[in-house]
Design a protein around this ligand. Structure first.
Ligand SMILES: Nc1ncnc2c1ncn2[C@@H]1O[C@H](COP(=O)(O)OP(=O)(O)OP(=O)(O)O)[C@@H](O)[C@H]1O
Ligand SMILES: N[C@@H](Cc1ccc(O)cc1)C(=O)O
Length: 624
């Protein structure tokens, strides 16, 4: 029997576009479009639909717990935007997609952000497609919700740095969620797609014409004006509100519409402060959907396609204040802002009465396992069993289970003689970089590095092991710069895209600078450097040296140190004496070349400097 075309493919937007082209005319385009979709793909889609139908029946018969009930039992649902009975039915019969958005208004996410994401990950584990959205465009305005003042306007460099850092944090979360799904044995369903997008992809190109025609013209002012934040800002704050801030919910709503149109997304999740934005988003989605004039592009608006959303409770600190960037009480997911050890410690300090709730919210453990852990914990609370489980699971999500284990060991945790199962990550010596062991991404270098050829910049920032390795990388096109794809032009603000680096002239590197001070480079998938350029004097004063920095070779430093040490004793070393000492070092196999007439820099010796200095000490004591 020929495979049937499932409903989801019939409504596939691109296909619909092709069909519209041939409507009433030749069917060649239609045939071409249909043929382009391989039968194996159709079979996969059909199998996915079949699975979903069987699942829907099992939910009806009570064989499988309804996903909405799972979210409820675990405490994820605070306020619902939509009719709960209808939502339940939609979730039962349809594999609808969901999304959570985060604005890169800081250079890291924090623990509070994990909460709406955990709800989304739980949906994904149950077979629903899930999108994490980075608000590259929306961050340029900043969500005004619950704020009495406007957010600080971010420079292109700040936005570029924030987007890059949060993009990689989100990618790492997804990698670890996949591992945790395996750990807990949840089904791997091909049709449950996962994605990470940046709303600058569509908001960056949205024309005022489209915005006005599809949305602004049809949207009423009343509901927008009656929002609490708007009323308070207009009536009580001296600063008032900018038009951009007023329009913020419309842009967030446009995201919802875009993801609905292109990715079958039908629900949005956020922290409880996002309720108003989610309600406005539903309104925007419906308004834009209805404003389609071409009948063949009009999307179905029956109840099965009703958009909805819900909020999760806010995670608060001990004083009840929302954990967040603005409140200044965030526990960060960036190891250089809050170390993994501190993050582990934060969960170790949660009081007994919060533990069950937190295990439900922050882990993928089945409820039965949580009850067992709680029983064990309450038998001997001082052992902090539940805290250790909680901290271990959160660290596995944020940094991977290998790192979680390291921190657990540091906290002297004994898992009743049984160590947790962890995924093996490549050792440091292997040189393989994964999302969980990627080195520090944000570094500083002096402005003068921009005068170096690109191979040396790669060496300076640690992406290459030497300048010649940098050269090799460039010829293989193995290094990238954040820029307009395929062009020698810097990044479009709000975007993160890459273009391969080449053996260009030093002055060409300047074209990729953001705000004249930020350069973003990458090697492989996860090895990123966000390079902030500081004035040369500031660099010099810091006493730091970068690999390959001119006039800072080992030999130079050894000579300088010899001279300084003797000068401290009130003695002056002659050239001949210095040469003799260097010769002695060479004979002692120290990594310097005594008879090098140019006193050239020996980059490889950098790491061995300490060893050399010890030998210098010995040589000095022998000669004195
Ligand atoms: N403490 C928290 N508890 C639950 N959800 C949170 C918390 N903090 C942020 N979120 C949610 O994470 C998502 C992204 O939040 P956002 O980017 O506004 O960060 P934020 O820390 O709340 O920022 P700010 O404090 O500057 O408003 C939103 O859905 C928000 O509600
Ligand atoms: N407004 C959200 C972030 C967000 C941005 C765009 C979206 O489409 C969704 C959510 C916040 O500040 O928390």
């Amino acid at each position: 029997m020929a495979p049937r075309i499932p409903a989801s493919v019939r409504s596939f937007p691109r296909l619909a576009q092709q069909c519209a082209l041939c409507a009433g005319r030749s069917t060649t385009l239609h045939a071409q479009a249909t043929r382009q979709i391989a039968t194996s793909f159709l079979d996969k889609v059909a199998a996915g639909e079949q699975r979903w139908e069987e699942r829907a029946q099992k939910i009806s018969s009570g064989e499988i717990t309804h996903p909405w009930d799972i979210l409820n039992e675990r405490g994820y649902i605070k306020d619902v935007a939509g009719n709960p009975d209808r939502i339940r039915e939609i979730l039962r019969i349809k594999r609808v997609g969901g999304y959570v958005g985060v604005d890169p208004t800081a250079d890291s996410m924090h623990v509070g952000h994990l909460l709406p994401m955990m709800a989304l990950f739980w949906m994904w584990m149950q077979g629903y497609p899930a999108v994490l959205l980075l608000g590259g465009s929306t961050a340029r305005i900043g969500d005004p919700t619950d704020r009495m003042d406007s957010r600080k306007v971010l420079s292109n460099a700040e936005i570029g740095k924030n987007i890059t850092k949060i993009h990689y944090q989100l990618g790492r979360l997804w990698d670890n969620v996949v591992k945790l799904r395996e750990k807990y044995g949840y089904e791997d369903d091909w049709a449950a797609k996962r994605a990470l997008y940046n709303n600058n992809m569509w908001l960056g190109n949205l024309t005022l014409y489209d915005f006005s025609k599809r949305l602004a013209r049809n949207m009423r002012m009343g509901p927008l004006l009656s929002r609490d934040t708007v009323k308070r800002r207009l009536n009580e704050s001296e600063e008032g509100m900018s038009l951009g801030e007023f329009m913020y919910p419309l842009l967030q709503g446009w995201d919802f519409w875009h993801l609905h149109n292109k990715q079958n997304v039908q629900f949005q999740i956020g922290g409880s402060d996002q309720y108003g934005n989610i309600v406005s988003g539903i309104e925007v989605l419906k308004t834009v959907r209805e404003s389609e004039e071409a009948p063949h592009f009009k999307m179905d608006n029956s109840w099965q396609n009703e958009p909805f959303g819900f909020t999760v409770p806010l995670l608060t600190d001990s004083s009840g204040a929302k954990f967040g960037k603005s409140a200044g009480n965030a526990v960060w997911l960036d190891e250089f802002k809050t170390s993994p050890f501190e993050l582990y410690g934060y969960f170790m300090r949660r009081p007994d009465e919060d533990l069950e709730k937190l295990l439900k919210l922050f882990t993928f453990m089945p409820l039965k396992q949580i009850s067992q852990i709680m029983e064990e914990h309450m038998r001997e609370p001082s052992k902090r069993i539940a805290n250790h489980h909680l901290a271990f699971e959160v660290l596995s999500l944020v940094y991977g289970s290998q790192r979680a284990l390291q921190e657990a060991q540091q906290h002297q945790f004994r898992f009743g003689g049984e160590l947790p199962t962890i995924d093996k990550v490549p050792s440091d010596e292997s040189g393989i970089i994964t999302s969980n062991n990627a080195p520090r991404s944000d570094i500083q270098l002096p402005e003068s590095v921009m005068k170096l050829p690109p191979a040396k910049i790669l060496y300076a920032c640690g992406l290459a092991s030497s300048a010649s390795d940098g050269h090799r990388l460039l010829t293989k096109k193995g290094a990238y710069v954040a820029a307009q794809p395929g062009q020698r032009r810097g990044l479009v603000p709000g975007n993160l895209s890459w273009t391969p680096m080449e053996l260009w002239y030093p002055e060409d590197s300047l074209k990729f600078l953001i705000d004249n001070k930020l350069l973003i480079l990458r090697k492989g998938k996860h090895n990123v450097r966000i390079i902030e350029l500081v004035p040369d004097e500031e660099w010099k004063a810091s006493g730091k040296v970068y690999p390959g920095e001119p006039y800072t070779g080992t030999l130079r430093r050894v000579v300088k140190k010899l001279k300084e040490d003797y000068a401290a004793k009130g003695e002056e070393l002659s050239e001949a004496e210095i040469r003799r000492m260097l010769k002695e070092l060479k004979d002692a196999d120290a990594p310097t070349v005594a008879n090098n007439p140019n006193i050239e820099l020996l980059s490889k010796a950098e790491m061995r400097l300490k060893k050399t200095e010890e030998k210098v000490e010995k040589a000095k004591s022998r000669s004195s």
